[in-house]
Design a protein around this ligand. Structure first.
Ligand code: PLP
Ligand code: SF4
Length: 333
């Protein structure tokens, strides 16, 4: 069996444990010569190459422009510094009432429950986030829960990170049980790339745990391109849907990855085939090291206009950007 097919025999924990990779190995597997940051570069040390096997096998061999490859490949352009691109582009450090919790918007609080991810997306706005202070463990989780408890205006809790589904079930179960005791919380929302990255993470046990009748549960998967889907991803989404979980998608508009109406139409249609509705299309948060992904707002507006002309309204995502200090994501166009 080939190295890339092997993952189907493994547990999700084993696939997750095997995600760190060096760029030489990546180039080798994909039969490519790429212009990578040197392994000892501080940017790569701080935010290493990380890619899960199920995603890796959807990348086309020998194609340096593959839209999945471009999301994970640490190229030398990350080292360029570009005016207007900063370390904390969304002002998170200011909305951090306690370590591990962000409360920026009315009714919704976001918990950073882990700093781990199954994949390192090179455009990630949290790539420089001070995770050491926000990877709290149970001690600080209790403080976050106390914060949620004392503010009855919070009706929705968003589990984020990192990727919350990299946590073992027993931690998620603990969270769900603690949150269930706070009567004003009605919705749990989980932002995760795991159904795409490691579809076997969506086990029957996890579905049962998430389908807690005490809440409405929403899973926001983060997919940027139709090619990220295959039968395994479809099966994971179907299992979640059967458990009564609402599935939404948010994407980031990324240069050379999905900045064409063809790519975005294909993504919306593919999402719907998997039972997922498009939610947001984000303009890139201008984080340093990611300038090569940036698409101008005007292009985004034009693309959304084209989507409206080609798709039913429910398949057109909302184009938004995050402006620090605003009370919600800001609609664009
Ligand atoms: C994006 C975000 C939310 C969720 O916003 P929605 O518009 O409800 O999707 C909540 N809290 C924080 C801190 C966020 O960045
Ligand atoms: S999965 Fe999300 S948090 Fe993790 S690196 Fe990718 S975009 Fe960032």
């Amino acid at each position: 069996m080939s190295q890339l097919a092997l993952h189907q025999q493994l547990s999700w924990q084993e696939v997750l444990a095997a995600t760190p990779m060096d760029s030489a190995e990546l180039c080798n597997l994909l039969a490519l010569e790429l212009d990578c940051l040197p392994a000892a570069h501080p940017l790569l040390k701080q935010f290493p190459l990380r890619v899960p096997a199920p995603y890796l096998k959807r990348i086309e061999k020998g194609n340096p422009a593959d839209p999945l490859l471009l999301q994970i490949f640490p190229g030398t352009e990350e080292a360029l510094s570009t005016p207007g691109f900063s370390l904390d582009p969304v002002g998170e450090s200011e909305a951090n009432p306690k370590p591990g919790i962000l409360h920026k918007y009315k009714g919704r609080a976001l918990l950073l429950v882990t700093s781990s991810c199954a994949i390192h997306c090179r455009y990630c706005f949290r790539r420089h986030f001070p995770y050491e202070d926000n990877n709290p463990g149970k001690e600080h989780w209790r403080e976050s829960l106390a914060y949620l408890k004392q503010d009855s205006s919070i009706t929705e809790v968003i589990l984020s990170g990192g990727d919350p589904l990299t946590l073992p079930d027993k931690y998620l179960a603990w969270f769900m049980a603690e949150l269930a005791d706070i009567s004003h919380i009605r919705r749990i929302r989980i932002h995760t790339r795991l159904p795409i990255m490691i579809p076997q993470r969506i086990t029957p046990d996890l579905c049962k745990l998430l389908a807690n009748p005490r809440f409405q549960t929403i899973l926001v998967i983060h997919s940027n391109h139709a090619q990220e889907f295959d039968d395994e991803v479809d099966a994971a989404c179907l299992a979640l849907k059967k458990a009564g979980i609402t599935l939404l998608n948010q994407s980031v508009l990324l240069k050379h990855i999905n900045d064409s109406s063809e790519a975005l139409v294909a993504l919306s249609e593919r999402l719907f085939e998997a039972g997922v509705l498009p939610y947001y299309l984000h303009l890139l948060d201008r984080v340093s090291g990611a300038a090569h992904f940036d698409v101008p707002a005007e292009t985004g507006i034009e693309l959304i206009r084209e989507l409206r002309a080609q798709l039913p309204g429910y398949l057109v995502p909302k184009l938004v950007r995050e402006i620090p200090g605003q009370k919600a994501k800001t609609p664009v166009g």
